[in-house]
Write a protein that binds this ligand. Sequence first.
Ligand code: C5P
Length: 297
Amino acid sequence: MSALTVLAPAKINLSLDVTGRREDGYHLLHTVMQSVSLADEVFVEYDRRGNGIILLCSQPGIPLDARNTCFRAAEQYLAVARLNGGVRIFLDKRIPEAAGLAGGSSDAAAVLFALSALCGKPLKPTQLQAIAARVGADVPFCLTGGTVLCTGIGEILTPLPAWPGLPLILVKPDFGLATPWVFKQLDLTGLGRRPDQTAVLRAVSGQNLDSLADATANVLESVSLPAYPELARIKSALQASGASLTLMSGSGPTLFGIYPSLGQRTAALASLPAALPAGCRIFAAETVDHGPRQTNG
Ligand code: C5P
């Protein structure tokens, strides 16, 4: 029996454009994903004499069967690696769910990472990425982590220069948004402000936050901002608190602000609570240059 505890980082989208829709309903994306330090802790145990998959979670209300991405990731790993053993997973949730932060996708990536290390039957990186893509569109990015241009439905990865250490604040309102609902509402003829893809890539490669702020956008804001007026209030509050760049992450509803310095982030953490709608959760974090990794403890 062997076990590993893995940190599963959340992600934000430094830009998000939708360029079309596939026949199966999935949308074609051009998005720069960025791992951040807010992370779930995923304990994974593999017992080659055991049997089946057991999933437990610190947070009530999270499904613990095949509806959970972690469960499906473990199931598929065992099938592809032709293993008969048992897997026990304990999820210590810190990333809010239905938030646009890829919490569930990152947990699944952490399970794949852990099983590769534990089973004595590591899969090839291409096999792991194929399993990841079957579990969810964001899982391939989560397995890789860092700063990555994601195209296709999110599964085609082009790594960009790592951009760790940017101070940011995440604000999660007191409701969640289901990704399928957001994409279903999206009107491809009325996306509003779209990112300048070339300028975004230039700004990210040159690590120029102001140029990125000028060039970027998240077209999914065209769905969420009109539907939930408090999101515009949160965005204004983040802007007024000194953020250089403020955007919704993924399909939302979490908004983030990136600050030019740690000092400005500290000042914003003091001023923001009074400016936000009731019930918002605030997280301070930094960008990081990695995906799942073993905890020190
Ligand atoms: O792949 P995942 O299960 O994370 O996606 C959840 C849902 O989000 C999909 O069923 C689909 O409705 C929507 N989606 C999409 N286009 C993408 C990614 C997700 O329409 N590129």
